[in-house]
Design a protein around this ligand. Structure first.
Ligand code: ZN
Length: 377
């Protein structure tokens, strides 16, 4: 069986070949350097040139390219030169191989299942199912970079489906073909993969995990390779240093600093809630009338604070606007609210025991309530 060019020589950037057939925008050729995509790797893009025409092409199938845009028209039998966007392709080869190494490193440390991969330039993503901690991912990144630095050979071979060894990573239920391509990182990883890879792990340069995000049971690990990885690592370090220096600590102490700060915030939040629920914020301003000022309350929280107690209790809450909540066991709460909106502007309503309104002005509010409920004389 004739092996297609992108497998036979993944480093072939350019080829002179002949057109076998042309059908609409699909051009079948004798030799095709453009990978049609698969295994998370997007199709290659390139240029096809011949006598009187030039076209931008995209890998379509093992033996064909698809024309994206063209000047002139190719014909069957034409001699053509196809050159691929090598810089992009080589980056994707490094990224794809980097993904094999990174995932193997992670799966050695924790029980994870590969859900899917997607490669773009400059960032690729590995989606894994399993309980993955930030420490697991950073540990895997470190090991993956060690494998990269060791310069291990990367090879590909075809085997029959039933010949696949147990230690080969393969989602057999997804593989339909009888022949399966196995990509091996010497002494480290073997997996069924149709993508294009580098010949040696040292070509990857370095792997940098730039993002980790959990969505339900799936975890997305975003990474870069080669020079793009180095640049991104430097950019991240800038942010880390800025945060550390603002916190007046060293970068390596930042995780502890953040953990402590988050713990402190949680502790304070609980303390505030406890305090608000145990301390009585109401102050008696005139006989039978108690007022409290608590900013930023919503209706539910106001209701909680107004629970129980006798007489008229008024909660004034400053937020986007001033809201007044009234609870009463004596006069109808609704009437107090109506008196307030009539004098201060605003709107509101309610029943006998509970009513609320917003007011346009809050000045003289206490006086207004006291005069209404305890008229002089
Ligand atoms: Zn692969």
């Amino acid at each position: 069986m004739h092996e297609v060019l992108y497998y036979r020589d993944p480093y072939a950037r350019e080829v002179r070949t002949r057109i076998v057939s042309v059908s609409a925008d699909i051009v079948e050729v004798e030799e095709n350097p453009l990978y049609p995509g698969g295994g998370g790797q997007p199709p290659d893009i390139g240029i096809m040139e011949g006598e009187g025409f030039r076209a931008e092409v995209i890998g379509h199938s093992p033996g064909a390219v698809r024309i994206a845009s063209a000047s002139g028209r190719p014909s069957t039998g034409d001699e053509v030169r196809i050159s691929l966007d090598w810089e992009r392709r080589y980056y994707l080869m490094k990224m794809h191989t980097g993904e094999h190494v990174l995932f193997r490193a992670l799966s050695r440390a924790v029980n994870v299942e590969l859900a899917k991969v997607s490669f773009e330039r400059p960032t690729g993503s590995v989606f894994v199912k399993g309980d993955v901690s930030p420490e697991d991912v950073l540990g895997a990144e470190e090991e993956a970079n060690r494998i990269v630095g060791e310069g291990r050979k990367v090879t590909a071979r075809w085997v029959r489906r039933e010949e696949i060894d147990e230690d080969v990573r393969a989602l057999l239920h997804r593989i339909k073909d009888e022949r399966v391509r196995i990509v091996e990182v010497e002494g480290y990883d073997a997996s069924a993969c149709s993508g294009i890879h580098v010949a040696n792990t040292s070509e990857i340069g370095c792997i940098f995990v730039e993002g980790l995000r959990k969505r339900g049971k799936t975890c997305e690990i975003r990474f870069r390779v080669a020079g793009e990885a180095e640049h991104e690592a430097w950019r991240h370090s800038t942010h880390a240093r800025l945060a550390a220096w603002r916190a007046n600590c060293d970068v390596e102490d930042l995780p502890t600093f953040v953990a402590n700060a988050m713990g402190e915030v949680e502790r304070l939040r609980k303390a505030v809630l406890t305090l608000a629920s145990t301390a009585d914020p109401f102050v008696e301003v005139c006989p039978g009338v108690r007022i409290a000022e608590v900013p930023g309350l919503d209706r539910k929280a106001a209701g909680e604070l107004l629970k129980g107690g006798n007489g008229v209790r008024v909660l004034v809450s400053e937020g986007e606007r001033t809201v007044v909540y009234v609870a009463s066991t004596t006069v109808p709460a609704r009437e107090v609210v109506e008196h307030l909106t009539a004098n201060l502007g605003g709107r509101g309503g309610g029943g006998d025991t509970f009513a609320s309104c917003y007011v346009e002005r809050a000045d003289g509010l206490r006086k207004l309530i006291c005069e209404y409920l305890n008229p002089p004389g």
